[in-house]
Design a protein around this ligand. Structure first.
Ligand SMILES: Cc1cc2nc3c(=O)[nH]c(=O)nc-3n(C[C@H](O)[C@H](O)[C@H](O)COP(=O)(O)OP(=O)(O)OC[C@H]3O[C@@H](n4cnc5c(N)ncnc54)[C@H](O)[C@@H]3O)c2cc1C
Length: 409
């Protein structure tokens, strides 16, 4: 059996591992534009800020592929998919035939579209090469601006600040991580950013990037102020990498539409990770969920099914964990429920002592949870949301001092 996997990220890698476990003789090829063994993108901010060495970012060593008899075509780009011929075409010329194909092509940063966006010094953080480039630029810079109120924006602001750069951090909304955190949760995060010297500007954006000799020299904010800067880090969301699927007949929306076995609409083709759009149990909608845990889980299910197994995804649950300086933050599932009947937001007497704990129920079923300061319950919350646990009978105990979600059966 010939397996081809597009993408050497954590979804593609986990799928290859699952295939190899079930099919010791199968012919596995992973194609990826990047030239590195699989690495943790979430570790890039700590690498940039100097907390961690470069080696620490890798998920596997170079010989992993040889040892597992996986052919890694690194630095190779898939340009098109021809489902009728069961093959993908490659930028270097030629094609690659498959019996089973996994599309795990991930996502890339959404680009900023304002005047000056093409100036040298506007940076994005998705790849190890970009991280190396930011380190090099950071060594020559004095001031930086980070843009974007999501997880990546705050990571970028923290990394710039820890590189020793004077850092302005611009958030368009009135709080940090607006899709996930309410005002009380955001305040804790904002406090820690300010304590560490990040110059936070809420409800502000960038009108224009100003340059000199083709290089960034500052930004003009939406509020009309000019901030001097040598570097602008943009983190305004991601888009799935789907361009090479054009004309292939693979059904896509924001991501590739998949069923609970990670099959797409065409035979022998699967999708997983940031490129796939599967059922989100918390919201009941098909969503692209961009998280490591989700990508690994989907990779495992896809790889199992590609190699003749029968594994079903229990649904995806957004799972975001981040440590901002020393403050851990976890947002799981649906955090800001729609303004509809049936939803209940429970916070007990939080925030208190620099911590926050919030549970969201829909008709008694846990659909979302936020933990700040102490995230020990995060994994259990994710499992309870995924299993659609009914907490009605525990309702009165959920915020008692001695209660912990891990105690639930
Ligand atoms: C800085 C940063 C911090 C993050 N922090 C967290 C965090 O704290 N928690 C969390 O859960 N998640 C975090 N994430 C998100 C997480 O890393 C992603 O959800 C995860 O990497 C998705 O894995 P994937 O395998 O689906 O895609 P990717 O890791 O994006 O891998 C896809 C691969 O496909 C390759 N590719 C794409 N198109 C082609 C093509 N046409 N031909 C060949 N190869 C192609 C790409 O080069 C890439 O290597 C973070 C991401 C970043 C960038």
């Amino acid at each position: 059996m010939r397996y081809v996997i597009i993408g050497n990220g954590c979804a593609g890698l986990r799928a290859a591992q699952a295939i190899r476990e079930r099919d010791p003789a199968g012919d596995i090829t992973i194609v990826d534009c990047e030239r590195h063994p699989c690495y943790y993108r979430m570790r890039l901010p700590d690498y940039i800020s100097g907390w961690r060495k470069r080696d620490f970012v890798f998920m596997v060593a170079e010989d992993f592929y040889r040892e597992n008899r996986i052919r890694l075509m690194a630095g190779e780009v898939v340009t098109a998919l021809r489902p009728g011929q069961h093959e993908v075409t490659l930028a270097s010329g030629g094609s690659l035939a498959y019996d089973r194909l996994l599309i795990a092509s991930g996502a890339r940063p959404r680009e900023l579209a304002v005047p000056g966006s093409d100036l040298d010094g506007v940076v994005y953080l998705r790849t190890l090469d970009q991280a190396d480039d930011i380190i090099r630029r950071g060594n020559e810079a004095h001031r930086a601006v980070a843009l974007g109120g999501g997880l990546l924006g705050v990571e970028m602001a923290r990394a710039f600040n820890e590189m020793g750069l004077e850092t302005h951090y611009l958030i368009r909304e009135d709080r940090f991580w607006p899709q996930m955190l309410d005002a009380a949760g955001s305040e804790l995060v904002e406090g820690v950013l300010k304590e560490n010297g990040v110059l936070l500007r809420k409800e502000d954006g960038i009108e224009e990037i100003r340059g000199e000799g083709g290089r960034v020299r500052g930004v003009l904010t939406a509020s009309g102020e000019e901030l001097e800067s040598d570097l602008l880090g943009v983190a305004i969301g991601v888009v799935s990498n789907l361009e090479f699927l054009e004309g292939s007949g693979v059904e896509t929306d924001r991501g590739i539409i998949v069923d609970d076995h990670l099959r797409c609409n065409l035979p022998d083709i699967y999708a997983a990770g940031d490129a796939a759009q599967a059922l989100d149990v918390a919201s009941g909608e098909h969503r692209v969920v961009t998280s490591l845990l989700n990508a690994q889980r989907q990779g495992e299910v896809a790889g199992t099914n590609m190699s003749g197994g029968d594994a079903a995804l229990e649904g995806v649950v957004p799972y975001n964990v981040i440590v901002i300086y020393k403050l851990p933050v976890a947002c799981i599932g649906l955090d800001l429920p729609p303004d509809e009947e049936g939803y209940e937001i429970l916070t007990g007497d939080y925030p208190k002592d620099g911590k926050y704990r919030k549970l969201v129920l829909r008709d008694g079923i846990l659909v979302g949870a936020t933990f700040i300061g102490d995230i020990g319950e995060a994994r259990f919350a994710e499992a309870l949301i995924r299993k659609r646990a009914d907490l009605s009978s525990w309702r009165d105990r959920l915020f008692r001092e001695d209660f912990n979600l891990r105690h639930l059966p």
